[in-house]
Design a protein around this ligand. Structure first.
Ligand code: NAD
Ligand code: UDP
Length: 338
């Protein structure tokens, strides 16, 4: 298939590009580089053995999208492009509604115009809001606690309306839990601009000596050790989930499908710190800090629907998540030293 990856130069998009190219698909990345570096394309080429085209552009520009879609005879889109920092979304909500919601509307219009009605969308477990029960299955009620989450929810609702209005669409909504880790090669991984908001890239930078210590946000939650529990999923497993979802929607007669992508296992912040120290032999200095606004105590998936309907389950363990993150930090440190 000819597949467009919006946000394909980013963390998850670049990891999804690799198995798609290896499976023989023609992949084109479309990215405005607002949170990524074009050098990722060279590293992707080193992994796949072939160049992966990058078109620099913004999804809010419908003409640019139509040009690339018609130029490459695009049949399916995997839509990663979006802003994802919760705190920033609280401070600058319009930026998030514009980029994420308007950007997705612009993409849907371009897809409809070009007759490409197969879409995989990057949603998030954030749409479950405060968990009412665990593990979270796809029938759990949805809600949002911040503008970022609300953009994901609005987009999900928009996609449901589009699928209901035109049964030719094949749309997969993938609700990611906590993607971490890096490609086995250590060549691509998560390298956010500025100070990381998320736990794993923060731990990686503390390990590398680029940040002094980790702040553990709260140790008085109702969890085994008092720190927050999350469902961390290796980004390479997550990437394989996309390939499985794309295969599934190519065969189904259902216009809309929703799948959780998680492992079903929760680890605490301190579990993550200890695992990283043990696996990589590096100390992670930390201090206990106040709870972070909006955080929930525990959040983990029921991955059963994806297992049943996609034949996909996450295979890589916590050790693989920690070792690959560290390998990627090393690659960055070596590159920066050059
Ligand atoms: P990322 O920031 O690394 O990648 C997103 C990419 O989209 C970046 O390369 C950025 O430059 C690009 N982009 C942003 N706005 C754009 C626009 N208007 N036009 C074109 N390109 C644009 O983030 P990621 O971690 O790879 O996340 C990918 C998707 O998955 C996002 O939609 C995010 O909300 C979602 N998601 C991520 C996580 C996570 O923990 N990483 C969890 C749940 C959901
Ligand atoms: N966390 C932390 N310190 C940090 C970043 C995160 O203690 O510097 C905790 C956070 O409170 C949560 C877990 O790590 O319990 C995962 O947070 P992250 O931001 O990575 O993902 P979230 O599940 O919030 O999207």
């Amino acid at each position: 298939m000819n597949i467009l990856l919006t946000g394909g130069a980013g963390y998850i998009g670049s990891h999804v590009a690799a198995p798609l190219v290896s499976a023989g698909h023609h992949v084109v990345c479309f990215d405005n580089l607002s949170n990524s570096d074009p050098s990722v394309m060279e590293r992707l080429e080193a992994i796949t053995g072939q160049p992966v085209p990058l078109v620099t552009g913004d999804i809010r520009n419908g003409d640019a999208l139509r040009e690339v879609m018609l130029g490459h005879a695009i049949e399916a889109v995997i839509h990663f492009a979006g802003l994802k920092a919760v705190g920033e979304s609280v401070a600058e909500p319009m930026k998030y509604y514009d980029n994420n919601v308007r950007g997705t509307l612009s993409l849907l219009e371009a897809m409809a115009d070009c007759g490409a009605k197969t879409l995989v969308f990057s949603s998030s477990a954030t749409v479950y809001g405060q968990p009412q029960y665990l593990p979270l299955d796809e029938n759990h009620p949805t809600s949002a606690t911040n503008p970022y989450g609300r953009t994901k929810l609005m987009i999900e609702e928009m996609l449901a309306d589009v699928a209901a209005a035109d049964p030719e669409w094949r749309i997969a909504i993938l609700r990611y839990f906590n993607p971490v880790g890096a490609h086995d090669s250590g060549l691509i991984g998560e390298n956010p601009n500025g100070v990381p908001n998320n736990l794993m890239p923060f731990i990686g930078r503390v390990a590398a000596g680029r940040l002094k210590e980790l702040s553990v946000f709260g140790n008085d939650y109702d969890t085994p050790d008092g720190t927050g529990v999350r469902d961390y999923i290796h980004v390479v497993d997550l990437a394989d989930g996309h390939v499985a979802a794309l295969d599934a929607i190519a065969k189904t007669n259902q216009p809309l499908s929703i799948w959780n992508l998680g492992t079903g296992t929760g680890y605490s912040v301190l579990d993550m710190v200890k695992a990283f120290e043990r696996v990589n032999g590096v100390p992670i200095p930390f201090r206990i800090a106040p709870r972070r606004d909006g955080d929930v105590a525990s959040c983990f998936a029921s991955p059963e629907r994806a297992a049943r309907e996609l034949g996909w389950t996450a295979e890589r363990d916590l050790d693989a998540m920690c070792s690959s993150s560290w390998r990627f930090e090393h690659m960055l440190a070596t590159r920066n030293a050059d």
